[in-house]
Design a protein around this ligand. Structure first.
Ligand code: NAG
Ligand code: NAG
Ligand code: ZN
Length: 994
């Protein structure tokens, strides 16, 4: 323990020296004396022999929920909710001005930035000063306080990076957040904790953990602990964690916000001062009670709540008195003062305690035995998909901008910001009011549309570099999810340009909605590519609002699209003579599949057998009744009535289609549930394209539609789900790793977990694994051995009374909303670990980072196009190792590019693929000439060598790893610039380019 501390101090001095040499210290606004009392140095002094009570004034400002982001900011629609963010920040600044002891924290950079831009220079100077003095502390600092169950790690990192970037550019070093403040997210992921540690954060504070877990932790004084956030990254991502005592609210009776109407502390009149004295006594007993559940002589009181401080002085003046009188009356025992979460964390760190640890996560969250917040894992499935599509396209836009040597612009900034908002814990979660969900969708649509300016211009530039003057439009098909695409439907000749945002050469089957009966597809070399036409299922043609003439999809295999590159195809409709209609169902066939045997049972269930493995699935469509009276499901909660799964009665039909490229089963279960099960010629996975809706509720039954895969695997009560699309976590049915849970009342809902990208079942005996990969976040479970189930869509009849005040009953075009998506089923033999891991990883990337379809309607032959256009572009000069992925490539500041490289595999996930790997950056990118490369923390807001996290001592038998000395600027050695990546590692670089 002692050894570790002194080692740390030595390192600190060493690195400090380095930082000075490299000029890493930020200059602040000239007018201010750089009285940098931000950070730990400026924390209020605690008193070792007293109970130190840290009052932390804060406001929880949702970036949209009951009102839209703009309605919250400007304070309109007060009849919905009295909430005005502009007043909050305005009046807090006025109150901070009055007394240097007062402190406040601010969290959501989306709002702070909006507010900042409306201030005059005087106010801006003052705010900078408050930040530099540590009186206004930035906590969290991401664009929004993201959800942790349904978000993808790439988007969490992106939206944090963008918030940090604005903060650093605007305020400098003192605005660099050191604390994760996830007070309202509905449960907490381990990946989020790992990401925070990699940002250089010293702690996470949160409020929502399972009620039983919380009770245990308070009893055992383990509400503060060290979270081991990644078995792959080890000790360096341990994160100190604080589960708050009283949600994130002020102690009852001590909320002095105008929204609370608690009586103020009146010290003038005689009655008033008696009342005040009584209140102080109550306060004193409250803090003793809280302290009895925590380890040190420090406690934190969150003095605030949702949209509090709209008239900040009311709150502050009463807190002034609370502090003064408590210290006057009980000053021998307690010391009450304004503080911040970072100062609180610092005090705990100085307490020299040995802390307990935790290695799992905080899902699912429940606030009592009937209330599991597992419905929102699936709520608003189309918004969840739209968000994922948005990230796919954002990465395409960022990469193309860099590869075509363009600088950052407002379209890209807007796109980043909208995606930041989408991560908010009432956005992607589906727990907002309908008009707010519509507002998010509108913004995302605008962001994607503006993103198209970027991509079209970039590809146009890359493809016509040698032919100036030619500027074609490269249009996106944003309605491919309903098999519609205006430019492919309405042109007889068009160019398809597929851009591959993945880091490996990628082959994919393209599906384009068309009207013709036969097509000729030529690749970039002019070689004819075999293709096949498939009918668009009738259920899809009937989707309300679908306005498309396409009746079939043209399918072909686009082979080896270069990583971070594109490949173009010339596609033309065959006309006249002997064009035969290829779209006929295969008669006389009772099953399809080459490596599989796929057939339909009389009851409408699909039977999928693997020919080369002892794996067999019965796939069925089912629903839970979400209830219509008390204890019903809602936007947040999943409360299946009697925990009973109902199967649909099958009154549909099915057809098989067979061809050289793909074989398909088109199956209709009933009026609103249908699916296509397909296997492509050169792919090992089975694709299930599900479609649900409009879900009828006129029978007065709320329905939560679930697909179930019942396999022959012996899973022995276990299954695996991903954490934000990255590491996998083991789940054990009816059990929690750190306490005994009784699940009698909600045996199904309590076993649901977020499935952000993947869910698996393993048969250890037979060494088989079945994985389901999805295209958007969903909830899922394994209720019986051998089974995986995933909730696809939900339409409900009751609000769950957690604030949203609306029934989750999505409609579009006058009917229930239709959702359509895919699952990829991958069966693997675990005797070939590398093969199994690689298959799943490429399936996951294929869903999250799809090659993007750009269409250019033309009137030219292949040769004519080829003459004037480059039909293949490679963004990488050489292939990266198979376990490496370019997580981020985006324009940064003038002359700079932001790059993140990640190792895709976990330590035990594979063999060769799980080894550490080296990448030479120097000539990696085709269009970039690298001048200098400096490594930063994961959030790109601090040079890596400047990162010094607080050290915490834990109960452990493990040998401590030696702290590695980080050197931020990558050296060039023998003409190479090598980056080492260990399993699951992400490294972030700012590259200066020539
Ligand atoms: C304080 O205000 C809250 C919110 O309005 C209310 O629930 C609580 O009962 C009040 N407590 C006292 C002691 O006035
Ligand atoms: C933070 O901002 C300062 C001032 O603009 C800048 O000098 C510094 O390079 C930034 N830090 C990082 C890591 O980008
Ligand atoms: Zn919230």
């Amino acid at each position: 323990m002692a050894v570790q501390h002194s080692l740390f101090r030595v390192l600190l001095t060493l690195c400090y020296g380095l930082a000075v040499i490299q000029g890493g210290i930020v200059r602040i606004n000239d007018e201010e004396k750089p009285a940098l009392t931000c950070g730990y140095a400026g924390c209020p002094k605690t008193q070792p022999d007293k109970l130190n009570v840290h009052l932390v004034p804060h406001s929880h400002d949702d970036v949209g929920w009951l009102k839209t982001i703009d309605q919250y900011f400007y304070g309109s629609r007060q009849e919905i909710q009295i909430a005005n963010v502009q007043s909050i920040i305005d009046t807090v600044i006025q109150s901070l001005r009055k007394d240097p002891q007062r402190r406040f924290i601010y969290v959501e950079t989306a709002y702070l930035w909006k507010w900042w831009n409306l201030q005059d220079a005087e106010v801006q100077r003052e705010v900078r000063k408050f930040i530099n003095e540590g009186r206004l502390e930035i906590i969290g600092g991401a664009w929004s306080m993201n959800d942790e169950a349904t978000t993808h790690y790439q988007s969490i990192i992106d939206q944090s990076t963008w918030g940090f970037r604005r903060l650093n550019d605007t305020f400098g070093e003192c605005a660099r957040p050191k604390i994760g403040w996830q007070i309202d997210s509905f449960g907490h992921s381990r990946e989020q904790a790992s990401i925070f540690a990699q940002f250089g954060f010293d702690a996470i504070f949160f409020a929502r953990l399972d009620w039983e877990d919380k009770a245990h932790r308070l009893n055992e004084k383990t509400a503060e602990f060290v979270w081991k956030s990644s078995p792959n990254l080890g000790e360096k991502v341990n994160l100190f964690s604080v589960a708050l005592y009283n949600h994130y609210s002020a102690p009852s009776g001590f909320c002095f916000d105008i929204l609370c109407r608690n009586r103020t502390l009146d010290d003038q009149s005689e009655n008033g001062s008696k009342y005040t004295e009584r209140k102080i006594k109550d306060f004193y007993s409250y803090i003793l009670r809280q302290a009895s559940h925590y380890q040190t002589n420090n406690i934190i009181l969150t003095m605030g709540d949702d949209f509090h401080y709209q008239q900040a002085e009311n709150y502050f003046s009463n807190m002034d008195k609370l502090i003064r009188y408590t210290n006057e009356l009980y000053g021998k025992e307690v010391n009450v003062f304004y503080s911040t979460p970072s100062c609180y964390a610092k005090s705990l760190n100085e307490a020299n305690k040995t802390w307990t640890t935790k290695s799992d996560d905080f899902f699912p969250y429940s606030h009592n035995e009937r209330s599991f917040w597992t419905g929102y894992y699936t709520s608003r499935p189309t918004l969840k998909y739209f968000e994922r599509l948005g990230n796919n396209f954002l990465q395409v836009a960022k990469q193309l901008k860099v590869l075509s040597n363009q600088t950052d612009d407002e379209d890209l900034q807007f796109f980043r910001e909208v995606m930041g908002v989408m991560q908010h814990h009432d956005a992607i979660t589906g727990t907002e009011k309908q008009h707010v969900a519509d507002d998010y969708a509108k913004f995302l649509h605008e962001a994607i549309t503006r993103g198209e300016n970027i991509t079209s211009k970039s590809i146009s530039q890359l493809s016509t570099q040698e032919h100036p003057g030619k500027q074609e439009a490269f249009k996106s098909c944003l309605l491919l999810n309903i098999s519609a695409c205006e430019p492919t439907e309405n042109s007889t000749i068009f160019i398809l340009t597929l851009y591959n945002p993945q880091s490996q050469p990628t082959s994919t089957y393209v599906r384009l909605p068309v009207v013709g009966k036969g097509y000729s597809v030529k690749d970039h070399l002019g070689i004819d590519v075999p293709n096949q036409l498939l009918p668009i299922p009738g259920s899809v043609s009937k989707i309300p609002g679908r306005n498309s003439s396409a009746s079939r999809e043209l399918v072909f295999r686009a082979a080896d699209i270069p990583p971070l590159g594109y490949q173009s195809y010339h596609i033309s409709e065959k006309v006249g003579e002997n064009v035969t209609d290829e779209v006929t169902p295969a008669a006389e066939v009772s099953s399809i599949g080459r490596n599989h045997n796929i057939s339909v049972h009389d009851n409408g269930n699909v039977i999928i057998e693997w020919k080369n493995q002892d794996l067999r699935i019965i796939q069925s469509m089912n629903y839970y009744d979400g209830g219509k009276v008390f204890f019903s499901s809602g936007a947040y909660l999943f409360r299946p009535q009697n925990s009973t799964l109902h199967s649909f009665s099958y009154n549909g039909s099915f057809r098989f289609y067979k061809g050289a490229l793909v074989e398909e089963l088109h199956l209709t279960i009933n009026d609103y549930v249908s699916e296509v099960v397909r296997v492509y010629d050169q792919e090992d996975k089975v694709e299930v394209e599900w479609m649900v809706g409009p879900i009828p509720v006129n029978d007065d039954v709320a329905k939560e539609v679930v697909v179930k895969y019942s396999s022959n695997l012996e899973s022995k009560g276990c299954f695996y789900t991903d954490s934000n699309g990255r590491e996998m976590l083991k789940r054990v049915r009816n059990s929690r790793p750190t306490w005994n849970i009784s699940m009698l009342l909600e045996p199904v809902a309590a076993n649901y977990y977020p499935v952000t990208t993947k869910m698996s079942l393993v048969d250890e005996g037979r060494k088989l694994r079945l994985s389901v990969l999805n295209d958007r976040a969903q909830g899922g479970s394994s209720i019986n051995d051998g089974e995986l189930e995933v909730m696809l869509h939900r339409r409900l009849l009751r609000d769950d009374r957690l604030g949203v005040g609306e029934v989750l009953n999505e409609e579009a075009f006058g009917a229930g909303l239709v959702a359509r998506g895919v699952h990829h089923l991958v069966g693997s033999n675990l005797t070939d670990l590398d093969g199994a891991a690689a298959k799943e990883k490429s399936a996951a990337k294929g869903l999250a980072m799809r090659p993007w379809v750009f269409i250019t309607p033309v009137n030219v032959t292949f040769a004519e196009w080829k003459n004037n256009h480059r039909m293949q572009f490679k963004g990488l000069n050489k292939n990266l190792p198979r376990n490496v992925h370019v997580l981020t490539l985006e324009p940064w500041k003038e002359g700079q590019v932001l790059l993140r490289l990640e190792h895709l595999f976990e330590i035990a996930e594979a063999k060769d693929l799980s080894k550490a790997v080296e990448v030479n950056l120097l000539d990696l990118f085709a269009n970039l000439v690298i001048k200098e490369v400096r490594e930063t923390t994961l959030g790109a807001n601090q040079w890596i060598e400047d990162m010094h996290r607080l050290k915490w001592v834990i109960h452990t038998n493990e040998v401590h790893e030696e702290l590695e000395k980080q050197n931020g600027t990558l050296p060039v050695v023998n003409g190479t610039m090598v980056v080492l990546l260990r399993p699951m590692e992400i490294r972030t670089f700012i590259i200066s380019i020539k």
